[in-house]
Design a protein around this ligand. Structure first.
Ligand code: SAH
Ligand code: DHB
Ligand code: MG
Length: 222
């Protein structure tokens, strides 16, 4: 569901706050040409992620759910020349489009796209002792959100920022009887966070070009 006024306000904020960025526009064009679903974060949300990363002084970012690399490229810009983004993607076709986009954006040297089911990739990363990451962006298949949160914690340190996308979905999140696995996954994410003393968290509803949705923002405190 979208609303013309929400979209118009996003347009106003974009005009005021976002520099024209042909590299990021090229990513969206390449994604559309390749037939990828247009479920990237919005430009204003991409900038929010980049600002979170800069506020946290993030140099090592982990992203779960690459798609065409639109959010990846926002994050890659934020970590600086000495930073690194590891991004996990199930679909090799999405990963190939993302790799081309990241290359065109000039970030191939700081972005590592790992193809496969993220749960397996994360398990391997944890087993190897990878991390800690400074910021983790969870934006893949929502039924696995509780697994992704646990893995994010295992790859974190005190001070790591964890952001999870799409936690509202038109308000569906409040339905305890939902039979939608995506809703159940997100509710399980909140159950984990609520019971997790190592996390301090909030969630913010958003409206805009992506309709009524929201994100969860958590800080590792222990
Ligand atoms: N973060 C991206 C959007 C990601 S869309 C952006 O804002 O630009 C979600 C992505 O997660 C899709 O590309 C989908 O293929 C991927 N995905 C779905 N299931 C997955 C899994 N089990 N492991 C890894 N990636 C998965
Ligand atoms: C969907 C997934 C997303 O990550 C998103 O931001 C919007 C929509 C989806 O699967 O429909
Ligand atoms: Mg999303």
């Amino acid at each position: 569901m979208s609303d013309a006024n929400w979209t118009a306000v996003d347009g106003y904020f974009s005009e005021k706050l976002l520099a024209a960025d042909t590299a990021l526009e090229a990513v969206l064009a390449a994604n559309a040409a390749a037939g990828l679903p247009a479920i990237d974060v919005s430009p204003l949300q991409g900038k929010m992620l980049a600002l979170f990363a800069r506020m946290a002084g993030a140099r090592r970012v982990l992203e779960i759910g690459t798609l065409g690399g639109y959010s990846t490229i926002w994050l890659a810009g934020a970590v600086g020349a000495t930073g690194h983004v590891v991004t996990l993607e199930l679909d090799p076709r999405h990963a190939a489009v993302a790799a081309a986009n990241v290359d065109r954006a000039g970030f191939a040297d700081r972005v590592d796209i790992r193809v496969g089911p993220a749960r397996d990739t994360l398990d391997a990363m944890i087993a190897r002792g990878d991390g800690p990451f400074d910021l983790v962006f969870i934006d893949a298949d929502k039924p696995n959100n509780p697994h992704y949160l646990k893995a994010a914690l295992a790859l974190s340190r005190v001070g790591t920022v964890i952001v999870a996308d799409n936690v509202v979905r038109d308000g569906k999140v409040i339905d305890p009887a939902s039979d939608d696995d995506r809703v159940r996954g997100t509710r399980a994410l909140f159950d984990l966070i609520a019971a997790e003393p190592r996390l301090d968290a909030t969630a913010v509803q958003t409206v805009g070009v992506k309709g009524h949705d929201g994100f969860c923002l958590a800080l590792v405190v222990g």
